[in-house]
Design a protein around this ligand. Sequence first.
Ligand SMILES: [Zn+2]
Length: 337
Amino acid sequence: MKPMQNKIDTIKNTFIADLVAAATLEALEAIRIKYLGKSKGETTLLLKELQSLSLDDKKHYGPLLNQLKHYQESELENKYKILNSEIKNETDLTIPGTPRPVGHLHPTSVVIREMNEFFRYHGFSIGEGPEIENADYNFRRLNLPEGHPATDLQDTLFIKEPDILLRTHTSSVETRILSAYHDKLPLRVVVPGKCYRNETGNATNNSFFYQYQGFVVDKGITIQHLKDVLTKFHQFLFGKDVVLRFRYKYYPEVSPGMGVDMQCQFCKGVGCGVCKYRGYIEVLGSGMIHYNTLLACGIDPDIYTGFAWGMGLDRLVMSKFGITDIRKLYSGDIVYL
Ligand SMILES: [Zn+2]
């Protein structure tokens, strides 16, 4: 019984040693013949020897010998592949390697990172929140009670009516953070994120899009702070000579609300096709956080005030990268991305 096991072990050891030493395809072929040759191969002979063993020994050694044979076959094949590719490489070292395609960041990610860097430098934290939101954070705490006419401004996509929905703006993260950290003021936070609305897709609108939200809550915050932050930020994005126009605009979650327009970069305010002959392009909505919103988030509005703004990111990304159709940003078309 023992001799057979010894023979298997010996063959295995010498085979490995032979294989490691083999440096040419010829040497490899010699090894194949030495072990697996049809008439005199060492493994082949052992397999033949199996016939003369007792039934019990056959049952025991049969599978072991087959395993050995398959092991040798696959090791020989692996080594063949290695030697073959080495030989090919040796023939012409000047053949250039196959270039690997290198990925890069999505245009939206590039812009978000740039903006985050600006705000981080100015002491803001980067916040995030869930895309599936409840009506409380998305509407109620933003001074939009149930049935408020302003909720009609937003065609909401509901997961489960009337409470579970896809957030319609990043303001939902503002109320979440204000509620969670109402006792850790002051707060300065920006929130880049995806939002959803029930819209038919075309070149400039999509059912999902990116917003960049920001808010500050502290003692003594005024609308002048808001104007200053927005001016510095637009100078950072578009250059020192950027011209902004601030005007009153109604948004339910802020009071007073402020719309911000940027002078058209193409016509410098004269009027052209890009700005639809208005001279200015609306870039964001903002304002002082509403008394009721602060109250709903557990903050005393008689002590603290704050401002917030929200801007669409997609049009910014499109103008920066010369992309003409918003859907390209979400299509996975790598020619664009
Ligand atoms: Zn223009």
